[in-house]
Ligand binder design. Structure first.
Ligand SMILES: N[C@@H](CCC(=O)N[C@@H](CS)C(=O)NCC(=O)O)C(=O)O
Length: 251
């Protein structure tokens, strides 16, 4: 990924997208894919995972990623805001169905995948629990992610159950679809989000997802705790990457 400085992004008249640098954070990867799908060029600004990112906070009010900064508008961070921005600025087929009932399905699934207490949050909690057991207390205290994402060892069981029930329901919905897409017969943002978040269940192989070994070890933790999930969950994302999404991932 070619990154630019905050200064360069501020001087630009176009879209800047702050993304996790050096790791395929699924929120950031999905955001990049939304704007790519709609052919909207953006300047990528690095967010350093687990760091204070003071300059980003000063610029946008946010420490983590993704953050979309579009001139004249407030910085946007949530999946549905980013989706709406991409739909509004870009071109090409919409990632949201026309029919309201289907649109509700798409936005609902995105919330279940990427929103607070959704699959991504649960899977991250599972990773943090393993990390917390391995880290000495000072290293953990210096990592802002534990508090930023509500890590609490007493929540581990409910996070595991949340992720398991999500996977069961998603597999059921995919099995009920005759098209290979989660909703309807064409790519929607829900397919896109699951394709990237599935890396928290089973990271794509190195040639598609060239992540560092240490990150891969971390991303493999949820899958080890959630074993026995339906293979259709990965077949769906393989279809999405084969048919629609840029590879290899670039972060
Ligand atoms: N902005 C998203 C959440 C984004 C998010 O969770 N980002 C994490 C991905 S693990 C991140 O940037 N982590 C690195 C860090 O916190 O330093 C939302 O509000 O729904």
């Amino acid at each position: 990924m070619d990154y630019v400085s905050i200064k360069a992004a501020q001087a630009s008249a176009g879209l800047a997208l702050v993304v996790n640098a050096g790791v395929p954070g699924p929120w950031s990867e999905s955001a990049k894919a939304l704007f790519r799908h709609h052919q909207i060029p953006f300047l990528a600004v690095p967010q350093i995972p687990a760091a204070a990112n003071d300059a980003l906070v000063e610029w946008t009010g946010h420490r983590n990623a993704p953050i979309a900064v579009y001139p004249g508008e407030v910085p946007m961070t949530r999946a549905l805001e980013l989706l709406q921005l991409a739909e509004r600025l870009g071109s090409g087929p919409s990632l949201l169905p026309q029919a309201r009932s289907s649109r509700i399905q798409v936005t609902g699934w995105i919330q279940e995948i990427a929103g607070e207490a959704g699959f991504g949050w649960c899977a991250r909690h599972l990773i943090f629990e393993t990390w917390a057991r391995q880290m000495n207390p000072e290293v953990r205290a210096a990592n802002p992610m534990f508090s930023a994402y509500g890590y609490d060892e007493r929540r581990q069981e409910s996070m595991l159950e949340g992720a398991q029930s999500f996977l069961r329901d998603l597999a059921k919905a995919l099995k009920a679809s005759p098209t290979g897409y989660l909703i309807g017969d064409q790519l929607t943002a829900a397919d896109l989000y699951w394709a990237y978040f599935s890396n928290l269940l089973a990271p794509l192989p190195g040639e598609v997802n060239p992540m560092q070994a240490a990150s891969r070890v971390a991303y493999e933790i949820p899958g080890q705790l959630l074993g026995g999930y339906d293979p259709i969950l990965l077949a769906h994302r393989d279809f999405m990457f084969k048919t629609h999404l840029q590879q290899p991932l670039d972060f």
